[in-house]
Design a protein around this ligand. Sequence first.
Ligand SMILES: CC(C)(COP(=O)(O)OP(=O)(O)OC[C@H]1O[C@@H](n2cnc3c(N)ncnc32)[C@H](O)[C@@H]1OP(=O)(O)O)[C@@H](O)C(=O)NCCC(=O)NCCS
Length: 139
Amino acid sequence: MTIVYRTATPPLDECLDVYRACTLGARRPVNDRERMATMFAQANLVVGAWDGDHLVGLARALTDMAYCTYLSDLAVRESHQRQGIGRGLIAAVRAAAPQATLILLSAPQAVDYYPHIGFTRHESAWTIRPDQPVHRETP
Ligand SMILES: CC(C)(COP(=O)(O)OP(=O)(O)OC[C@H]1O[C@@H](n2cnc3c(N)ncnc32)[C@H](O)[C@@H]1OP(=O)(O)O)[C@@H](O)C(=O)NCCC(=O)NCCS
């Protein structure tokens, strides 16, 4: 099997199919087509892993191309996992912005994956969801 990594956004339906073919499908709004379309339209670095004309994996990232790259989604079809495709997608994302540090939030299923391939856990990462308020300073 020869996998080709292409830095270009694949057709939305093929992307949705990849999410649904692995556990990331349960963690992204795959049934909200419009939102997913926006997620892909506004991401500025998307890599597809192609087995011929079959999309078998993807990476969806936002990067400033110089300092930081947020890797939001990394997904490989269950049928194609543990064959080096995840690693290949990460390599392609890094190659597109070689000066940038890669930042991501791991899905529970992948918490052992990232340290295994060389990522360092960051102890001071913080998030705030859209429905959470920023606390006002107390007087
Ligand atoms: C996590 C994921 C992207 C890994 O992709 P992959 O193509 O299967 O991984 P690779 O083949 O590149 O694996 C590289 C190495 O990590 C290991 N590995 C793969 N998945 C692993 C996991 N979940 N936990 C620990 N190690 C893992 C492989 O065995 C391989 O080890 P080796 O080089 O020592 O033989 C893929 O399993 C996936 O899509 N999972 C579901 C969605 C998900 O959780 N995505 C992450 C969202 S943050």
